[in-house]
Design a protein around this ligand. Sequence first.
Ligand code: ZN
Length: 229
Amino acid sequence: MNKPKAVLLFSGGLDSTTVLAHALHQGFDVYPLSFDYGQKHKVELQAAKRVASAFKVSLNTIQLALGTLTGSALTDTDKCVPDFGGAQAIPVTYVPARNTVFLSLALAYAEVLGARDIFVGVSSVDYSGYPDCRPEFIHAFEVLANLATKMAIEGQSIRIHAPLLYLSKAQTIQMGCALQVDYALTISCYRADGEGLACGLCDSCVLRKEGFRVAGILDPTRYAIFNED
Ligand code: ZN
């Protein structure tokens, strides 16, 4: 029997890699989708390739026209990614409408493939305050997907799966470790260097590091400056 196809928003980071392992474990034939959207941390695209090849899935990378998504510390060279800020307003690393853009393209890809399932690794627990990581957003996008596509209108309803939505970073790491994910392959840092070494200080690094600590699992991340643990 053919496995059902699923599209996954995939960055090569800790969260989307965990979701990849989860979706494969659930029996889906997974089609990961990455985006070159002008992010400064290009090493994440290399991590995405590395992880996809480790999982033997075929990665599709969409190149967005330069300047489509800007105005973020992740894309603009004149804006610096700050150190961890803790609870705060929407941070400068917010990329305008990023998950709406990515999910829209994932939806089109899903319809092309005949896939009724789309996976995304957002979490509403340990996140940086991005509006497009909230449960309301995921629910609203699923409603939209079922209004907007020929597939859904003809009876093939579309499901948006966000299995990490209510999990902490530590719980996500535990889930991935139970699925034998090798997190050394993944990159979460917003300002990783050309070698893929993490800074250890940005929001993403601090949440990740704390996740490993709380989960009681050795952090395999390679840091540029120090390895605390
Ligand atoms: Zn970092």
